[in-house]
Design a protein around this ligand. Structure first.
Ligand code: ARG
Length: 460
């Protein structure tokens, strides 16, 4: 085992199983690029306050650059010999820069280091997630634009309810995802803090220029309270809540896709590339990807509860329990990052069965609300109109006749105000054109929405 960063006061060897148990390198090695960025800024700060001379600083900066290069080339392999990523980086720098590297850990602790490194990880990955969600939104807008003239039954309570444009559904998904983007953007303020200079808890005796460090790390704030930050992982809670939220939207979209592709509905055709077969039933093409996404959203929720219960009742400032935060963090963030690009490709290749949509729109109950509104236009109170249409629908169902095939005399037995123009109603194109409000499924409104998204996502 490598020499510990803290071994000085210890006379006994660490229990070897405890040592293995406490090791976090297998997990936190991902933080290496962030640790190196921090190291670079820290070297400059130590130089600024005279802890390092120019030669030492330059030697360390070169060592950091060399390590970065090695890492990017995939030539740096983490070995279990080191307790965590911070000890590993320290050891690697010592290998290159010798004794000088031992000065690097002046004016800092692993407490402020890990807090900073994890913040940088979150800041970076929140940006990645935002871009990935926006890429998915772009695909949804393309799909919407392509299918704006395709009309399908919209559902409530899992029952076909009223006619909508297929684009209306795809744009609804874009809206749901936009709320995920807004949450991620909103959580950035929690990552955007420089906590270096906090030391283990109390600050440090060396006058580090924290504003300069912040600037170098691309951060806009410097912490107000060192005692708070070493144990603060609220920002992990934040990003994980964003992941839960995004997962929730993806799970609902997955469910819509699942329902749309069932044999009974056959509205959507999910590309084979995102399906798998059955080992027993040769005919099967199962939409496993969306099922796995729906399932993954429960792991996001579990990780959120994990960090929540980890933080609950921890005293202020650093406690080793916090090391577990990464398990939840990396698992959720990286899984979501895997899902999103696949989801984009699924949407890109999704096809809508227009023949099947037409078939489903023959169900005239889809026009019942339009018929009630029509009666309001003829002077009936909506409640009365609702009752009349209910009777007509039930009569048609009972007698197995289409409402549009019922003669005017017959219809007038239900309500004398019905006129010949009633027959215009049983037409999907007409139905969507009747909708007048902003955000509705009227073709002009759909166009407006598509325009909005295209413009918005162009800037993304
Ligand atoms: N691996 C540790 C973690 O992730 C680093 C901080 C250790 N600090 C300490 N005082 N033992 O939390």
């Amino acid at each position: 085992m490598a020499k510990k960063l803290w071994g000085g006061r210890f006379k006994k060897k660490i229990d070897s199983e405890f040592e293995t148990f406490s090791n976090s390198l297998w997990l936190d090695h991902r933080l290496l690029p962030y640790d190196l960025k921090i190291d670079r800024a820290h070297v400059n700060a130590l130089r600024g306050c005279g802890v390092l001379n120019a030669v030492e600083a330059s030697k360390l900066l070169k060592a950091i650059a060399a390590l970065e290069k090695k890492y990017q080339a995939g030539q740096l392999k983490a070995s279990e010999a080191h307790e965590d990523v911070h000890s590993w980086v320290q050891a690697e720098l010592e290998k290159i820069a010798g004794e000088t590297a031992k000065k690097l850990h002046t004016a800092r602790s692993r407490n402020d280091l890990v807090s900073q490194s994890t913040r940088l990880y979150c800041k970076n990955h929140a940006e990645v997630l935002i871009q990935q969600i926006q890429a998915l939104q772009k695909e949804l807008v393309v799909l919407a634009e392509k299918n704006q003239a395709v009309l399908i039954p919209g559902m409530t309570h899992l029952q076909n309810a009223q006619v909508i444009s297929a684009a209306h559904l795809f744009l609804a998904w874009a809206e749901m995802l936009e709320r995920a983007v807004l949450r991620l953007q909103g959580s950035q303020i929690f990552f955007d803090v420089c906590v270096l200079g906090s030391g283990a808890l109390a600050g440090t005796t060396f006058p580090l220029d924290q504003k300069k460090i912040a600037k170098e790390l691309g951060l806009s704030q410097v912490t107000r309270n060192s005692y708070d930050v070493s144990g603060d992982r609220d920002f992990v809670l934040n990003i994980l809540s964003c992941v839960v939220f995004t997962g929730l939207q993806l799970s609902r979209i997955s469910e819509d896709l699942m329902i749309g592709q069932t044999k009974g509905n056959s509205l959507f055709d999910i590309d084979e590339a995102f399906c798998t077969g059955s080992s027993m039933m040769p005919q099967k093409k199962n939409a496993d990807f969306v099922e796995l996404v729906r399932g993954a959203s429960s792991t996001f929720a579990a990780n959120f509860v994990g960090i929540l219960s980890l933080l609950k009742a921890l005293p202020t400032s650093y406690n080793r329990d916090l090391q577990w935060d990464k398990r939840f963090l990396f698992d959720s963030v990286e899984r979501l990052e895997t899902i999103l690009p696949i989801f984009s490709r699924l949407v890109k290749t999704l096809s809508i069965r227009t023949d099947r949509a037409k078939e489903l729109l023959k169900d005239e109950s889809l026009y019942a609300t339009d018929l009630a509104d029509y009666l309001v236009g003829k002077g009936l109170a909506f409640k009365k109109a609702h009752e009349v249409v209910g009777q007509i629908v039930s009569f048609a169902e009972e007698k197995k006749v289409a409402i549009s095939k019922m003669g005017l005399d017959l219809l007038r037995q239900f309500e004398s105000k019905i006129e010949g123009d009633v027959y215009d109603l049983f037409n999907p194109e007409h139905s969507v054109r009747l909708k007048r409000t902003q955000g509705s499924t009227h073709p002009a409104e759909i166009k407006k929405q598509i325009g909005f998204w295209k413009n918005k996502l162009k800037k993304a």
